[in-house]
Write a protein that binds this ligand. Structure first.
Ligand code: PHE
Length: 340
């Protein structure tokens, strides 16, 4: 009996020695130490042994079991460590190797400035509205007090899809659309692309970007317009910035003004950016014409409002000292990279 146990142990240890997977270990465990294995069988059959042999065989059998269980556990640990080591080797990473640089894109300067302007007005409680670039003659002109024979149409010639459908020349139609569907108080800006049939040169493009704003409520005055634009100018161009309103004409506002900001480079002294003027023109503005309110179903006896509009390219160019608008559309990464 003792020999049998010792043989069993030797056999099992030998198999363990050559096992090199966890699955093989488990198989060995089941074969030798499992419920149906030879050890269990021997221990069960002890009753048949003469009484004086029982404790001896029992002791040896237990020793064999402990030896095998320990050997199994040790082998399991060794296999695990070997697997870890193999994995570490396979996944080795040289942290000192030079990095492969990814070419990351950046925001376009027009998008950057547009977002900056949006954020200034959002902080003043304005909503940001959107509208179609392919617009009807009605919203682009008629609803804005610019009937077919109005001379103001001459400077806003555009691309016509049909006689009554066109590429919008300004973002103002979004204001008419907003007034139609919203009751005052209204406080909104509308950024977007606009189109005019202008030849391309350093300061013109048939497509450019505008941001317009509109406020309509009871008792809105020119003072509100000036206060709003003053705050905008200070946040956009710096605390010291002043505004200047010059009388102008737009069909959809009365009175109307062109608005300049004091030059943020020379502070008004005159320099190359402001061409010696001390002032830089940035937008058009005025009090919403009663006809415009009326066309959109708002009673001018009860409500008044102001509107303003600016070209985003112009502000981008002023801000970054860009002297030719075409750089903004050429998508030359050497130019664009400067803004990311
Ligand atoms: N829509 C005008 C333009 O494109 C700008 C403007 C907007 C002027 C609102 C006054 C009020 O020239």
């Amino acid at each position: 009996m003792k020999d049998r146990l010792m043989n069993l142990q030797a056999e099992c240890l030998q198999k363990l020695d050559s096992a090199n997977t966890l699955a093989a270990l488990e198989e060995i465990r089941v074969t030798y130490l499992g419920k149906k294995g030879p050890l269990t069988e021997i221990l069960r059959g002890m009753g048949a042994l003469p009484a004086e042999e029982r404790p001896i065989v029992g002791e040896i059998a237990n020793q064999v079991r402990t030896t095998l269980a320990d050997a199994l556990a040790a082998k399991k640990e060794a296999l695990g460590a070997a697997a870890d080591a193999a994995r570490l080797e396979a996944e080795k990473l040289d942290v000192t190797a030079p990095a492969v640089l990814k070419n990351l894109g950046g925001r376009h300067p027009i998008a950057l400035v547009q977002e900056e302007i949006e954020n200034i007005f959002i902080s003043m409680g304005f909503s940001v509205e959107d509208g179609p670039e392919v617009e009807t003659d009605y919203y682009n002109f008629e609803a804005l007090n610019t009937p077919a024979d109005h001379p103001a149409r001459d400077v806003q010639d555009t691309f016509y899809v049909t006689e009554k459908v066109l590429l919008r020349t300004q973002t103002s139609p979004v204001q008419a659309r907003t007034m139609e569907k919203t009751n005052p108080p209204i406080r909104m800006i509308c950024p977007g692309r606009v189109y005019r049939s202008d030849a391309v040169d350093a300061t013109h493009s048939p497509m450019f970007h505008q941001i317009e704003g509109l406020v309509v409520d009871r008792g809105i005055t020119m003072g509100d317009l000036k206060g709003t634009l003053d705050l905008f100018a200070q946040k956009m161009f710096g605390e010291q910035t002043k505004t200047r309103f010059r009388p102008h004409h737009f069909p959809f506002t009365e009175p109307s003004a062109e608005v300049d900001v004091s030059c943020f480079v020379c502070g008004g002294e005159g320099c190359s950016l402001c061409k010696g003027e001390g002032w830089i023109e940035i937008l058009g503005a005025g009090m919403v014409h009663p006809n415009v309110l009326r066309a959109s179903g708002i009673d001018p006896e009860e409500y008044s409002g102001f509107a303003f509009g600016m070209g985003v390219e112009r502000i981008v160019m002023t801000r970054y000292g860009i002297n030719d608008m075409r750089y903004l559309y050429e998508n030359d990464v050497r130019f664009l990279r400067q803004f990311s």
